[in-house]
Design a protein around this ligand. Structure first.
Ligand code: FES
Ligand code: FES
Length: 169
C-alpha cells in the first residue's frame, strides 16, 4: 500500500480533513473518508457523470481527479444543495415535481452540473439545458422530466417570458 497522504479541503462550506492513498480518486475520498455518499460512482472512467462535483466552482468528474490533486480546493457536492432532506432547494424541488428523478443514481452529478450551468447562465433555453445534460447518462428518466424541471425553474408558468422564447417541446 502506498503511503497515506493528509488532505485538507473545504466541502460544502465546511473545512474537512482526511487521509488517502495517492491513487485514491476524489469521489472515493468523498464517499469513503468523508462519508458523503450522495455522489455516486458509475463507470469510473469519465463517461457517465454520476461522480460530478464542483471543484472551485467548476464541474469535475470525481473519478478522474485524484484526491491529492484536490488538496486545498473548495468542493461542492449534492449534500450541500439542501439544508436538510425535507427542505429541497428550488432545483431539486422542480425535479421531484416533474418526475426528473427515478432511481436517483445519476442525480447527484446531474444536479451539480446544472447548478454550475445555472450560475453561469440563469436563464438557459431548452437546447442549453440539454447540452448540460448531455454530459450525463441516466438509464431511467429519458431526460424529458429533467428538462421540464429546469424550464419550470427558469421560466415559471405565468412568469416573465424570455425574449423571443417559444416552447420547442
Ligand atoms: Fe465518473 Fe462515471 S463514475 S464519470
Ligand atoms: Fe436512474 Fe437517472 S434516475 S439513472
Amino acid at each position: 500500500m502506498s503511503a497515506m497522504r493528509e488532505i485538507a479541503l473545504t466541502v460544502n462550506g465546511q473545512p474537512r480533513r482526511g487521509t488517502a492513498e495517492p491513487r485514491t480518486s476524489l469521489v472515493d475520498f468523498l464517499r469513503d473518508a468523508l462519508r458523503l455518499t450522495g455522489t455516486h460512482v458509475g463507470c469510473e472512467h469519465g463517461v457517465c457523470g454520476a461522480c460530478t462535483v464542483l471543484v472551485d466552482g467548476e464541474p469535475v468528474r470525481g473519478c478522474l481527479l485524484l484526491a491529492v490533486q484536490a488538496d486545498g480546493a473548495r468542493i461542492e457536492t449534492v449534500e450541500g444543495l439542501a439544508a436538510d432532506p425535507a427542505q429541497l432547494n428550488p432545483l431539486q424541488a422542480e425535479f421531484v415535481r416533474h418526475h426528473g428523478v427515478q432511481c436517483g443514481f445519476c442525480i447527484g452529478g446531474i444536479l451539480m452540473s446544472l447548478t454550475a450551468a445555472l450560475r453561469d447562465n440563469p436563464r438557459p433555453d431548452e437546447a442549453e439545458i440539454r447540452d448540460t445534460l448531455a454530459g450525463h447518462l441516466c438509464r431511467c428518466t429519458g431526460y424529458q422530466g429533467m428538462v421540464d424541471a429546469v424550464l419550470a425553474l427558469v421560466a415559471p408558468p405565468g412568469g416573465p417570458a424570455r425574449p423571443g422564447e417559444g416552447s420547442a417541446r
